[in-house]
Ligand binder design. Structure first.
Ligand code: SF4
Ligand code: SF4
Length: 256
């Protein structure tokens, strides 16, 4: 990467690093931007860092500690554009399952010395704490979409990220609908496109890892899945459980 160009920083909060790996996986494609972009802060790739402020910050992960709630405000203050990447950063991630339960009880069950654990009762998306310029969904994100978002911001244009459902991607690749043909429960009709309808192509129902599409009609879909209430709750409570549409859909069927 060049020593000139716009400064890119990559920040990690509560996450598994999978979305940062998508960026690392872009090595060939990023070469095309080599004269425009300088990776200034990306600890997963290099311990060499350049001082901010930064032109573009990519943020992976959710806020689960008081320290991170403070740290994201510092990142925001040092970033001209702030883009959140992945279900953790855009919706709270799988770790937001704590939002539906008692986090102290979880800590008592999981850790031998829960007193050492300092954590918030909830996992929240970055947008709940600071202003976000763009949210890229997925668990993990699609690396080609990430490249599009980075180039769009370098060129001061709106990223071309479609907001339709996974169903449209199934139709485009000619995949037979798993719900209609086989009765397999599938969140494709309410899930944001971006994966290329990966799971239905292998005869599996979508479990919503790209999060809710624009204006998802979960109430209608729920009547089609043929699932019991408890199973509907489990279907929506995965990586994007705390996104508003999926949270509402699961709570509507959660009798507990
Ligand atoms: S969104 Fe998924 S892949 Fe990305 S950091 Fe979170 S858990 Fe990992
Ligand atoms: S089909 Fe659904 S669960 Fe499977 S990769 Fe795509 S968005 Fe994720």
């Amino acid at each position: 990467m060049t020593t000139t160009g716009k400064k890119l920083a990559v920040w990690k909060f509560a996450s598994c690093d999978g979305c940062q790996l998508s960026l690392l996986d872009l090595e060939d494609e990023l070469l095309a931007l080599a004269d425009r972009l300088k990776i200034a802060y990306f600890l997963e790739a290099s311990s060499a860092t350049v001082e901010g402020p930064y032109d573009v910050s990519l943020v992976e992960g959710s806020i689960t500690t008081a320290h991170d709630a403070e740290r994201i405000r510092e990142v925001r203050a040092r970033s001209r554009i702030l883009i959140t990447i992945g279900a953790c950063a855009t919706a709270g991630g799988i770790q937001a399952l704590r939002n539906f339960a008692d986090v102290e009880e979880f800590a008592r069950i999981v850790y031998a010395s829960p007193d050492y654990i300092s954590t918030l009762a909830t996992s929240t998306p970055i947008s709940a704490h600071v202003a976000v310029d763009f949210e890229l969904m997925g668990c993990p994100i699609n690396k080609h979409q990430l490249l599009e978002v980075i180039s769009a911001h370098l060129n001061h244009r709106r990223p071309r990220i479609r907001s339709h459902s996974v169903c449209v991607e199934c139709k485009r690749r000619g995949t037979v609908c798993v719900m209609v043909a086989h009765g397999t429960p599938c969140l494709g009709p309410v899930t944001h496109a971006g994966c290329g309808a990966l799971c239905p192509a292998y005869d599996r129902g979508c479990y919503g890892c790209f999060g809710p599409k624009e204006t998802p009609n979960t109430a209608s879909l729920n009547t089609w899945t043929g699932l019991e209430q408890r199973d509907l709750v489990r279907l929506y409570r995965t990586f994007n459980a705390a996104s508003e549409p999926f949270r509402e859909a699961s709570e509507a069927h959660d009798g507990t």
